[in-house]
Design a protein around this ligand. Structure first.
Ligand SMILES: [Zn+2]
Length: 174
């Protein structure tokens, strides 16, 4: 079995950001999958599954109701490794085109008050596994990161040494 493309990216060099993960052709149409990376893989703790579940519900709700994006969105959901999410959209927008809408969506999570949409036994397969306060905290952290981050860095998978984190720069020294 071959490694699928997203596994061949060197995860020791990935920093949080928005990356084009793959582009698929469906007949005449393109569909683009973006790696919405929220954590430094293997260098800081992954996102708690309950917080991630809530982020999934809230961002999905936001995007599926968004005038400009509801018809472009094919899929939104968390990565199994819990360090980010995937969004699949029609066409081939650039990561920088996804930046404003993702910022909007994560600000929506950050500022959200009330019941988590769809968190009921009828609408969700694990409705008690939600954590809105942590989802808001994670969203605030990611928004802050995206706003401040070097835009030359967060839209292109790292391939150069300058992006490699030294051992001294890890969040948890062993
Ligand atoms: Zn659910």
């Amino acid at each position: 079995m071959d490694l699928i493309p997203s596994f061949t990216v060197d995860h020791t060099k990935i920093v949080p950001g928005i990356y084009e993960s793959r582009v698929d052709t469906l007949g005449e149409e393109l569909a683009t999958t973006f790696d919405v990376r929220m954590r430094f893989p293997n260098k800081e703790p992954a996102i708690d599954p309950a917080a991630m579940h809530t982020i999934e519900h809230l961002v999905a709700t936001y995007l599926r109701n968004h005038e400009d994006w509801k018809d472009q969105l094919i899929y939104w959901g968390p990565m199994g490794c819990m360090t980010g999410c995937y969004i699949i959209v029609k066409g081939r927008p650039a990561p920088s085109d996804m930046y404003p809408i993702l910022l909007e969506a994560f600000r929506y999570v950050r500022d959200y008050e009330g019941d988590v949409p769809g968190a009921t036994p009828k609408n969700c397969g694990n409705y008690m596994m939600h954590d809105l306060p942590m989802a808001k905290w994670e969203a605030a952290r990611y928004v802050d990161y995206l706003e401040k981050a070097d835009k030359d860095v967060i839209f292109t998978y790292p391939t150069t040494e300058r992006l490699v984190l030294d051992d001294e720069q890890t969040f948890y020294d062993s």
